[in-house]
Design a protein around this ligand. Structure first.
Ligand code: ADQ
Length: 487
């Protein structure tokens, strides 16, 4: 780690320790206002929880189950005709309101502008971005549709919390319909550097629509600073020292809220599951070998190929590892209707197949590559079994897998996290071995260092990170955001 990075991480840690201090959020002025959350997908708990829902869903559910309120968004279903009003479903203190999407909306809004324009652009993959104007029209159409379906459900003093890149223009549509409620936005993915954002043909209009919110939250200081830099350089906006912005005749607050996990719950699940039948089967199958684990959605931003290539480098440069380590890469397919995702799938199959063909012995296979998801508890047990957690995204808003790996470790004998500097989590998890995923040899060296690390050092690194995750867990995250939104 460089001196600059460690100073940044220390400043960060101090700031969060202050914010998450006991009592710091008990005075939340938002306490008695109803919370209305809007996200692209709504994860309604029909038939019980899945146990494998993603980080965004876990975070939103945590807030809504404690505060009560409404969760509005897409049902996940596509239909032939134009969608009607929302379906309403109550469960405990939460009202779920979902709308279906027409096939055309799904194609243009979700597969199109969200996942073929904004996702690649915000992850610095200009080579994969497609700025087809039909996609943009679909994006605006669905944001307007959501706003029209949501308005009849709103009360005057609701707090609206809108999530992620699919729904950036939603507040602008709601304001256009006369809504004056407090509206906050949280961006789960990176905010790109100016030069990258300028490649988006409608960058100015997109940023203008963001300015219809009262509070814009980012995962890291770096992303927030990139946003402010755009506003000041491209729009000449006035920025105050506390991050408040005057732009397009509005005053907007900005803040950094690194999303987290349910640390205590996961640590408990990992400890409980350590002796389960499945985890014993995993341990028996790897025998006395060291396990290296990777868990990701199958996405080109996650650096999956880098991981396989760095692992191959490890086996080549440090041949003593042959027969002594096993890599388990879990990567369920996602966004299967977007062509680039088919491509990464084929590349991963080829890379893992080639690695196994080149290095396998009659009694050892170097990599196990699984294209499926697992429940949270099972994953926690997998993480705890692994001596090394390998998280190498080329760009990532936060990366919850890195945090989950740490929370799942046995405090007496913890594993080591090897983490890309381009994951938002690297700004917080200072006990990880921070790597540059473009430097394959460097990643291989870090894995080697992790495998050889003495117990004392592993414990020291683990304790600092675990403490941080206990203090600033998923509950602190949403309470922190909502307290600022309601202020
Ligand atoms: P994602 O890109 O989906 O999220 P990530 O933060 O790693 O990435 O969250 C993935 C979640 O899905 C984790 O909770 C993980 O346990 C789970 N998951 C992954 N593979 C799984 C599997 N095989 N089986 C079961 N569960 C699996 C986006 C941004 C991130 C940001 C989150 C939350 O891209 O940068 O951290 O939102 O803000």
């Amino acid at each position: 780690m460089t001196a600059v990075e460690s100073v940044q991480q220390r400043a960060y840690a101090a700031r969060w320790a202050r914010r998450a201090a006991p009592g710091a959020r008990s005075q939340a002025p938002s306490a008695d206002r109803r919370l209305v959350v809007v996200s692209n997908r709504v994860s309604a708990p029909r038939g019980g929880r899945t146990g494998s829902e993603g980080g965004l869903a876990v975070g939103i559910r945590a807030a809504l189950e404690e505060k009560g309120g409404v969760w509005f968004g897409w049902s996940g279903k596509t239909i032939e005709r134009d969608p009607g009003g929302p379906s309403i479903f109550e469960s405990g203190p939460v009202t779920y309101a979902t709308v279906d999407l027409s096939k055309r909306d799904y194609e243009e809004y979700y597969n199109g502008f969200a996942n073929r324009s904004l996702w690649p652009l915000f992850h610095y993959r200009l080579d994969l971005a497609d700025f087809n104007r039909r996609y943009l029209a679909g994006y605006q159409r669905v944001n307007s549709l959501f706003a029209h379906r949501l308005v009849p459900l709103l009360k005057d003093d609701d707090l609206l919390w809108i999530h992620d890149y699919h729904l950036i223009p939603m507040a602008e549509h709601l304001r256009g319909m006369g809504c004056e409620q407090a509206m906050g936005f949280f961006l789960h993915i990176p905010w790109p550097a100016i030069e990258v954002l300028l490649a988006l043909p409608n960058h100015r209009a997109l940023v203008k629509s963001l300015c219809a919110y009262n509070l814009i939250g980012f995962q890291t200081e770096n992303y927030r600073r990139a946003f402010l830099a755009y506003l000041s350089r491209e729009l000449g906006a006035q920025i105050e020292p506390d991050g408040t912005v005057l732009a397009f005749g509005r005053r907007i607050r900005t803040g950094t809220y690194p999303i987290s996990i349910d640390t205590a719950d996961l640590a408990e699940a990992a400890a409980e599951n350590a002796e389960s039948r499945q985890i014993r089967r995993l341990q028996a199958s790897i025998r006395e070998r060291e396990l290296i684990i990777g868990v990701d959605r199958l996405d080109y931003s996650k650096g999956l190929l880098v991981r396989v290539q760095a692992y191959e480098h490890l086996l080549r440069a440090y041949p003593a590892n042959r027969g002594r380590v096993v890599m388990l890469q879990i990567a369920p397919p996602s966004r299967i209707d977007v062509p680039e995702y088919g491509q990464i799938r084929r590349e991963m199959e080829a890379a893992c197949g080639a690695l196994n063909a080149a290095y396998s012995e009659f009694d050892w296979t170097p990599i196990r590559y699984l294209n499926k998801g697992f429940g949270r508890r099972m994953l926690a047990g997998f993480y705890r079994t692994a001596a090394v957690g390998l998280v190498t995204p080329l760009r990532d808003g936060m990366n919850l897998v890195a945090k989950e790996y740490v929370a799942s470790q046995d405090p007496e004998n913890p594993g080591v996290l090897v983490l890309s500097r381009f994951a938002g989590a690297a700004e917080e998890l200072d006990g990880a071995l921070i790597v540059n995923p473009y430097d394959l040899e460097g990643v291989a060296e870090a894995i080697q260092t992790a495998l050889a690390m003495p117990l004392d050092e592993r414990r020291a690194r683990f304790h600092g990170m675990f403490e941080r995750l206990q203090t600033y867990d998923i509950h602190a995250w949403w309470a922190d955001y909502l307290s600022d939104l309601g202020a």
